[in-house]
Design a protein around this ligand. Structure first.
Ligand code: HC0
Ligand code: SF4
Length: 571
């Protein structure tokens, strides 16, 4: 531990802690654009400047470690004036369109411009040249005129994801993150994970928003029936959009807010998460019993599916054929619920709320369309977009009375909730597959070896005499490493869960842009808390799932299940 002073107050921190980390620990604000606690610091934006030992020389707080007896000043006139000048410089070429920007209200540059009282310094043109916006991806939108060159997107795409789609092109002041050869991003091997949009502090990379379209449909339904589904991870993160703590459980408020917005029904993706376990678990048991292709890989993360199709097509046979829960729900809403309610599927507008930008890409897959080619799911709103839609409609989210999701596609078990966390799909699958395959329940309901943030988690369990080995990998960079090892024969498992975002869906590219150091852990704990408080914890005991099989699907892997709940991939 080292002892030092921040603005004359005595502080302490572990050796190696950077000044910015220490300041945040003690609640002292330090402006920054390039620093994010989940990314390696680079000291690029020159905004986190502090004076050390009254030297008059300013140092970047994000790359300078604290030292014994150091005296740190964050707000001397010199610090403030320099930060202000650097901000003015950034704003001098920034487009003047804050009010129409997707990031307005959450933009870190906008907030700093307000705090540092920068007025009338915007030198950039009104952004008339809309061709400059790269709209080639269904998931993310790039407007490089708004780029502040902080490099957070580049580090997210390379360090966290190992994808290297974005890199700095050009030199010095004109250097902005670009794709190779400046190609439209939708034509690259981008997997649509949206981590670049999550880390972008401004509006240069955002989700490809459909807030306006959904808002307009809700305001003018014109005979249409608007149905929503809500993903497991959204329920513990949407609260952050309204200033509440990460991990606050908002399942009932989420359903209530969607009803207030005018939804005709609010179903739960968790219901089809339970259904996924029945289908995927049965597929796994079938592959084990009949010497099918192993290891089997989970198939619910659409960015992972993109990764396999684009980079590792030889692994397509390893993917479970089960659709993602979003894909199953989209199918059931228009093919089952519509029939049950006697409504024309063409009148249904099906909207899903997801923590993920790749889900926007998933719904464009030709495999997930009705027989006439229309999409089963019409829109995907990220958690951030739903936050915006709720604000746009002045709905007091925090004080809403909780309501349940609608029947018959709304009931779920704790196994479905934990899908949101890395390791959750595996744990949920084992709770069911083990019990169905061996006739006795999994020895422990909390399958802890697959929990937590380790980049690769392994476990094994005796399964009718087989030493059954499983692994869980999250973060695309770790997935690349796993596949390399697998190809060299250094790892070998029967069943592997892959999630492209760190932490799983709770860390999805469409989740609220929290900048605290522990938001992922808090979301993760919130999810496990839901599981702990639910009486039903195993997908196969969900009575609504049992009824759906009894009266409609017959059994897992039936002909009907195959048509409605499974898919194929392109190689
Ligand atoms: Fe996920 Fe999903 S758990 S991918 O992580 O399987 O996005 O939250 O909705 O579909 O259920 C995301 C989250 C989902 C799906 C589910 C799965
Ligand atoms: Fe990279 Fe993901 Fe952004 Fe694509 S969506 S550029 S893969 S971070």
């Amino acid at each position: 531990t080292v002892v030092f002073k921040i603005n004359d107050k005595l502080c302490e921190a572990e050796k190696g802690t950077t000044i910015i980390e220490a300041c945040r620990k003690y609640g002292v604000p330090v402006p920054t654009l390039c620093y994010h606690p989940m990314l390696p610091p680079v000291g690029k934006c020159r905004l986190c400047l502090v004076d050390i030992n009254n030297s008059g020389k300013l140092s970047p707080a994000c790359t300078t470690p604290v030292a014994q007896d150091m005296e740190i000043q964050t707000n001397t006139p010199r610090v403030i004036n320099t930060v202000k000048t650097n901000l003015e410089l950034l704003l001098s070429s920034h487009p003047q369109e804050c009010t129409g920007c997707e990031s307005s209200g959450r933009c870190e540059l906008q907030k700093l411009a307000y705090i540092y009282d920068i007025k009338g310094k915007f030198g950039g043109k009104m952004n008339e040249n809309r061709e400059a916006v790269d709209r080639s991806s269904p998931s993310v939108l790039r407007d490089m005129e708004k780029c502040v060159m902080c490099g957070r997107c580049v580090r997210a795409c390379s360090v966290l994801q190992g994808m290297n789609i974005l890199g700095f092109a050009g030199r010095g002041d004109t250097s902005v993150p670009e794709t190779a050869f400046g190609l439209p991003i939708g034509t690259t091997t981008c997997i649509n994970c949206g981590q670049c949009s999550f880390y972008c502090p401004v509006g240069a990379i955002t989700e490809n928003s459909c807030v306006r379209e959904v808002h307009n449909i809700l305001k003018n339904k014109d005979g249409r029936i608007v149905v929503f589904q809500t993903a497991p991870a959204t329920r513990v993160a949407i609260s952050e959009e309204f200033g509440m703590e990460p991990g606050t459980i908002s399942t009932g408020k989420l359903a209530a807010a969607l009803r207030e917005l005018g939804a005709d029904a609010v179903f739960d993706t968790n219901f089809t998460a339970d259904l996924t376990i029945l289908e995927e678990g049965s597929e796994l048991l079938d592959r084990v019993a009949n010497k099918g292709v192993l290891p089997m890989f989970t198939s619910c993360c659409p960015a992972w599916i993109n990764m396999v199709e684009k980079l590792y097509p030889e692994l397509i046979p390893n993917l479970s054929s089960a659709r993602s829960p979003q894909g199953m729900m989209g199918s059931l809403i228009k093919r089952y619920w519509a029939q049950k309610m006697g409504v024309d599927p063409k009148k249904i507008v099906s909207v899903s709320v997801m923590p993920c930008t790749a889900k926007k890409d998933e719904i464009t897959r030709p495999q997930l369309t009705l027989d006439d080619g229309t999409p089963e799911t019409d829109f995907v709103l990220t958690t951030r977009e739903l936050g915006k839609l709720i604000k746009l409609n002045n709905i007091p989210f925090a004080s809403l009375k909780e309501i349940p999701h609608d029947d018959p596609l709304g009931e779920s078990t704790g196994a479905a909730d934990i899908f949101a966390n890395t390791g959750g799909v595996m744990e949920a699958a084992l709770r069911t597959a083990y019990e169905i395959g061996t006739g006795s329940p999994l020895p422990t309901m909390h399958f802890t070896p697959v929990r937590g943030f380790d980049s690769m988690k392994e476990a094994h369990i005796d399964f009718n005499g087989i030493d059954f080995k499983v692994a869980v990998v999250h973060g695309a960079a770790n997935i690349h490493k796993y596949i390399e090892k697998m190809k060299k024969g250094e790892v070998s498992h029967h069943f592997v869960e892959f999630m492209v975002c760190k932490g799983g869906c709770i860390g999805g590219g469409g989740e609220p842009k929290s900048i605290s150091a522990d938001y992922l852990l808090k979301r993760m704990n919130g999810i496990y808390k839901i599981d702990d408080t639910k009486e039903m914890k195993k997908s196969h005991v969900n009575p609504s799932i049992q009824r759906l099989y009894k009266f409609f699907l017959e059994k897992p892997l039936s002909h009907k299940s195959h048509k409605l709940l499974h898919t194929h991939y392109k190689d």
